[in-house]
Design a protein. Structure first.
Length: 135
């Protein structure tokens, strides 16, 4: 398991190294000393601490601009879930849009057939195929 110096761990947590040192001094997070004599935090301990002390996500305001140019409003027509992933199909006017996402994301969004949703499409790679020409 990797270990992280205080500065590295603080950067990963989005806090100052002074804050992390205070937390370690107060016992909120466990540290050890590595072979070079530096204070370090075990990777598993850091992950546990990060999960337990995650700040809530701030409420999003209405979106007024975004980089995606292709937004398709439509109805979810099918959701296929397995243990990790979900395939979501939508009918957006004449277009069928298919999205692959984590099952957790699909569950959190409440995606089920009949739900209205917006598919925002932004792609840096587009595959173009040429159909067979008739004789």
């Amino acid at each position: 398991m990797p270990s992280y110096r205080v500065k590295e761990a603080a950067d990963l947590l989005g806090v100052s190294d002074d804050s992390l040192r205070r937390w370690a001094d107060s016992g909120r997070v466990a540290t050890t000393v590595d072979a070079t004599g530096r204070r370090v935090i075990d990777g598993a301990e850091l992950a546990r601490f990060a999960e337990q002390n995650a700040a809530p996500v701030p409420e999003a305001r209405s979106i007024v601009r975004e980089s995606a140019r292709n937004r398709f409003v439509g109805l979810v027509t099918k959701v296929l879930r397995d243990t990790v992933m979900a395939q979501v199909e939508m009918q957006c006017g004449p277009y069928r849009v298919v999205s692959l996402m984590s099952r957790e994301a699909a569950d959190e969004l409440g995606l089920e057939p009949g739900v209205t949703a917006v598919a925002s499409v932004k792609s840096t790679n587009v595959v173009v195929e040429v159909p067979e020409v008739g004789s």
